[in-house]
Ligand binder design. Structure first.
Ligand SMILES: Cc1ncc(COP(=O)(O)O)c(C=O)c1O
Length: 418
């Protein structure tokens, strides 16, 4: 059965934009790429923008007065403006380039955290977090003696908001740091309400947007969020570039993260003073071509329209949840379709998730297997590993059909019948 999902997007054009999708990974087996939550494929618009920059315009930024340096600086800073517009930040100074979401979260923990937290202070995280939003806070807690509290995950795969409210009411919470969309369950957390509650309790709020910014419109001003972290490579951009958004007054007050060139105003042998935002947090030669690529990715997603992307993905994910629930012995994880997006995570009888992923690869289907950098969540779910199909704008319901057929084939290989 093959359904078409036309909606507002022209899938023929979109599929033609992603050269990596046009291949067979084994003889006669078309690539069905269902691993975009780990890293998305790149459209030719991004590849071409990076190639053009590297072929014609590359020089170091901010340093030269020659033509190429001026062009490189314009391209690098122009991409920052595009990202500012994409997430609706007030100022380009609020957009800090990092290597990825992980580095963005580490930056806040190491700078804001060390300057503002000590014994008695509480940071609230959740049990569904990616390790990127757990380990930096655990490292910080060891250093400064603050306490970490974790919002539990309910049996339906949602955050236990009563416990969250109790933390805010009963504990000296200084910061809440929570993912917007779960990379395992697909849960879309109600961050707007959670931010309002945190602010009423006098706490700041960081959103880990690694799985939301690529898929849905995130407006930092409408949310009134204090920090937002995300990665370029999950949103059609290249690896090696990510973003920390922070409210300007917070970033201004924070000490720098790394020391070196670019982040200083003046250096003497007795000490240094810091550059203005955003450069204070961008020590050393940055990832210039990668920033250009992320700017092109933002252009690409913006032209498609984030609401169209979300609507398309929801059709595909809902179709996947429906079809996967037909498979005997398959357990799906995560909340009801109206509360989720992006991924369908499952186990198949007592087959190990790695074996499932390997058998799906034989059929050309790329899924991820393991704990997906969310070991505490897997402990909560009571499984060591799961298989995850994740979807992006270039996936269709036809991909889902190939996935489901491949799962039936895998069951057969394991002797579970057709
Ligand atoms: C929810 C979430 N947060 C953070 C990250 C870390 O992203 P990166 O490895 O690009 O820093 C990921 C990556 O899978 C993620 O899914």
């Amino acid at each position: 059965m093959t359904k078409n999902t036309h909606l507002q997007l022209d899938m023929t054009t979109i599929l033609a934009d992603f050269p990596a999708l046009d291949q067979e990974v084994h003889p006669g087996k078309r690539l069905v790429f269902l691993d975009s939550a780990a890293s998305s494929q790149k459209p030719r618009q991004v590849i071409d923008a990076m190639s053009a920059y590297l072929r014609h315009d590359h020089a170091n930024v901010h340093r030269g007065i020659h033509t190429l340096s001026e062009r490189a600086t314009a391209a690098y800073e122009g991409a920052r403006d595009k990202i500012r517009d994409f997430i609706h930040a007030r100022s380009r100074r609020e957009i800090i380039y990092t290597r990825n979401a992980t580095e963005a979260i580490n930056l806040v923990a190491a700078t804001w955290g060390r300057a503002n937290l000590g014994p008695g202070d509480v940071v609230v995280l959740s049990e569904m977090e990616h390790h990127s939003n757990l380990v930096p806070w655990q490292m910080l807690a060891e250093q400064v003696g603050c306490t970490l509290h974790y919002i539990p995950v309910t049996d339906t795969g949602e955050l236990d908001l009563d416990t969250y409210a109790a933390f805010l009411r009963d504990e000296p919470v200084k910061l809440v740091s929570v993912m917007h969309v779960s990379n395992v369950l697909g849960t879309v957390n109600p961050v707007a309400d959670m931010i309002r509650q945190a602010h009423e309790a006098g706490a700041l709020f960081l959103i880990d947007g690694a799985q939301s910014v690529p898929h849905l419109a995130v407006d930092v001003q409408a949310l009134d969020v204090d920090f937002l972290a995300f990665s370029g490579h999950k949103m059609a951009g290249p690896t090696g570039i990510g973003v920390l958004y922070g409210k300007r007054e917070l970033l201004d007050a924070m000490p720098p993260y790394m020391g070196g060139g670019e982040m200083i105003k003046r250096v003497t042998l007795d000490g240094s003073t810091w550059n203005d935002l955003p450069h204070k947090f961008e020590a050393g030669t940055p990832a210039i071509a990668e920033a250009v690529g992320l700017g092109a990715a933002v252009d690409y997603l913006g032209a498609l329209g984030m609401s169209n992307i979300l609507a398309h993905e929801q059709v595909v994910v809902n179709y996947a949840l429906d079809r996967l629930s037909e498979v005997p012995g398959l357990t799906l994880y995560g909340p009801s379709p109206d509360k989720r997006n992006g991924v369908a995570t499952f186990t198949l009888q007592d087959m190990h998730a790695h074996d499932v992923a390997q058998l799906l690869d034989v059929e050309g289907v790329a899924v991820r297997a393991g704990h997906h950098c969310a070991m505490p969540l897997h402990q909560r779910l009571g499984v060591a590993a799961t298989a995850r199909a994740s979807f992006y704008v270039y996936n269709t319901t036809a991909d889902v059909d190939v996935l489901v057929d491949a799962i039936f084939a895998a069951r057969k290989t394991f002797g579970f019948g057709g």
